[in-house]
Ligand binder design. Structure first.
Ligand code: EPS
Length: 360
């Protein structure tokens, strides 16, 4: 229903994306999108690139006089760093610049080069770079605006970095990593509130809302584990300590706990949706690991590119964007989506039925 596809290399001229499926009549602004893009660019531990870029969106289609038309929305963000790369990343002409042949362990470099038959790892790393997440955030920002109309809010927080919690400890951990020429990962959490019970479905594996969230979060660069609610902790407890009991007061059904993270049977259950993701340390180390040169087949050390020490805050903002895209898709699937007024009317009557017939 709501889908998007992006294109663009990290040091190419620009990033683009087409977002399709949002209803017509959503009032959108580039200001909100730019605010979200700025949030993605901040956070402690980013590298030199963020001093160069100041991401701003351009709407190329699908929006007229500040309202969505229901047609595909084309978004574009310029890479300001392009001016330093225009020859090395030129779409036409002959090859210039040195090839990258030292594949970084933990990156797409080696397998990508082998699979796509490239002798320059740059042909792979340019697209596997998390620069691509710029467009996820731009598309996600428009989905967030649509969802605000539906009463849904999405937020995130960083829970830990390199195994430590708390602002000061986290900052020290990142400084420590940087001084060693190393990197650190972490865990972030996204919360979605205002979602009615009954998005997604229990009837088929590919209709389950929790599965869609897991896939969307796993697709974020460097994310290696996803948890819904207290997923991992729950596996160590008795059922009586895990399941969120159901109560009723004045005809209204409620829970006192949300260990399920708002998902039961592959559907939203009306509680806040809670998704956590674990991000591995970024594989570009200033003190590089051992690897093999794909040109000479000799042992060497990994390539060193300017990079970030920690990008967990950016990943959390990307998590919000992916959450917005998945949630918007689930709303459009359930409530229809040609015109916003119809989506909202359907949502209202559904909410009224749940309240009247089930106290939900
Ligand atoms: C990235 C490497 C760095 C990051 C980049 C992701 O870029 P560069 O190689 O130009 O220094 O800054 O992230 C972004 C540009 C961004 O917008 O998030 C990588 O290799 O994944």
């Amino acid at each position: 229903m709501v889908r998007f596809m992006s294109g663009g290399e990290s040091h190419g001229s620009r990033l683009v994306c087409i977002l399709e499926g949002l209803p017509a009549g959503v009032k959108v602004s580039s200001e909100f999108v730019n605010g979200e893009l700025k949030r993605r660019q901040s956070g402690y531990g980013r590298g030199g690139r963020m001093k160069i870029e100041s991401d701003r969106v351009e709407f190329l289609s699908g929006i007229r006089f500040g309202e969505t038309l229901g047609s595909p929305i084309t978004l574009s963000v310029e890479n300001r760093d392009w001016q330093n790369w225009s020859e090395r990343m030129s779409a036409e002409g002959v090859e210039v610049g040195e090839r990258v042949t030292n594949a970084r362990p933990g990156h797409a470099d080696l397998t990508g080069a082998a699979k796509f038959a490239r002798n320059d790892v740059r042909d792979i790393l340019e697209r596997s770079s998390a620069r691509e997440t710029t467009m996820r955030v731009a598309a996600g920002a428009l989905c967030k605006i649509f969802l605000q109309n539906c009463g849904v809010e999405i937020s995130s927080k960083v829970l830990s970095v390199g195994g430590v919690c708390g602002d000061d400890e986290i900052k020290n951990r990142i400084d420590e990593a940087k001084s060693r020429g190393d990197t650190v990962g972490g865990i972030f959490e996204v919360k979605i509130s205002g979602v009615p019970a009954g998005l997604g479905s229990h009837v088929q594996w590919d209709r389950k809302l929790d599965a869609k969230f897991a896939a969307a979060f796993m697709s974020i660069q460097a994310v290696k584990a996803v948890e819904l609610g207290d997923g991992f902790a729950n596996a160590q407890k008795f059922g009586s300590e895990v399941h969120d009991e159901i109560f009723i007061r004045d005809g209204k059904i409620f829970r006192e706990t949300n260990r399920a993270g708002g998902f039961e049977g592959g559907m939203s259950n009306g509680e806040d949706l809670i998704i956590r993701a674990a991000m591995k340390p970024i594989p570009t180390l200033m003190k590089p690991l051992r690897t093999v040169d794909i040109a000479t087949r000799q042992p060497t050390t990994a390539s060193k590119e300017r990079s970030d020490t920690c990008a967990i805050w950016a990943a959390a903002v990307v998590g919000e964007a992916m959450a917005a895209i998945v949630t918007a898709d689930a709303f459009v699937e359930k409530f229809g989506g040609d015109a916003l007024c119809d989506t909202l009317a359907n949502l209202k009557s559904y909410r009224e039925r749940l309240a009247e017939d089930f106290g939900l």
